[in-house]
Design a protein around this ligand. Structure first.
Ligand code: CDP
Length: 249
């Protein structure tokens, strides 16, 4: 991820090499995307990181999740970098804010509790859109979020909507939290998951929606490897206008 903020995306950029993965909280998007990106030799860009960092800064600065102007200002100026994972502690990438490693800080329940209200504001989303579009125009990228296939890159070459039942999603999130030593209960994790889904699906700007041309995959009883293999096979079957594969083996 770069810190460039002022270039606007060109309408003529070909997004055949973008794989958009959207879906509700803890549907397995990031884990699937990391493995898929590694197999395809693509970059991974998890857009949730942007909203989580804005929420973290707001928390530290005592800014209310309802203060759209102040949050948009944060979103415009935050110096966020995402780099390959530097540790084997379960992270899928490193997240840096002003040179500080905030990879785990942005996953804390305090951030989870306010990130959806923060992401609801049109001004915040508008401030974070140019950077996402620049990334989408930078080459082969697996992009993860809520509105990638519908708003950020509606012409992505492949769109996937990952879903699972709320209980299964909360179970996964609970196991992750326990592995990190968090003392959140399953009930708390389930409530947070459902609350975030409701806000993300109900907001006016760029709500969580399945794109009409997305491939929907339910990950409930599927091993991660099977989900990754299914998406990889879809990607490998895509062709350029000249018949060349979009994702050669
Ligand atoms: O990992 P998980 O699915 O739980 O969440 P995330 O991808 O880290 O996203 C955290 C929150 O950021 C979401 O619940 C949304 O409120 C917001 N978000 C969004 O609005 N649009 C995106 N493209 C990505 C995340």
């Amino acid at each position: 991820m770069s810190e460039v903020r002022s270039v606007s995306a060109s309408a003529s950029v070909d997004h055949r090499h973008i794989i958009a993965i959207d879906g509700p909280a803890a549907a397995g998007k990031s884990t699937v995307a990391r493995l898929l990106a590694d197999r395809l030799g693509a970059m991974l860009f998890d857009t949730g990181v942007l909203y989580r960092v804005v929420a973290l800064i707001a928390l530290h600065a005592g800014i209310e999740p309802s203060d759209a102007d102040a949050l948009a200002e944060i979103a415009r100026h935050a110096r966020i970098r995402v780099t390959p994972p530097s540790d084997f502690d379960g992270r899928l990438y490193d997240v840096w804010l002003d040179g500080q490693d905030v990879t785990w800080e942005i996953r804390q329940p305090e951030v989870g509790a306010i990130v959806s209200p923060v992401a609801e504001h049109h001004a915040v989303r508008a401030a974070l859109l140019p950077l996402q579009r620049i990334i989408a125009s930078s080459g082969r990228v697996v992009m993860v979020g809520r509105d990638i296939g519908t708003v950020v890159v509606p012409d992505a070459g492949l769109k996937v909507y990952l879903d699972a039942t709320p209980e299964e999603r909360a179970r996964r999130r609970f196991r992750e939290a326990q592995a990190r030593g968090s003392n959140e209960t399953f009930a708390e994790v389930l409530t947070e998951t459902l609350t975030r889904d409701a806000i993300d699906s109900g907001r006016e700007t760029a709500p969580l929606r399945e794109a009409p041309d997305a491939v929907r995959i339910n990950t409930d009883r599927q091993p991660i490897d099977a989900v990754v293999a299914a998406i990889e096979s879809l990607a490998r079957s895509q062709r350029m206008p000249n018949g060349e594969p979009v994702w050669p083996s």
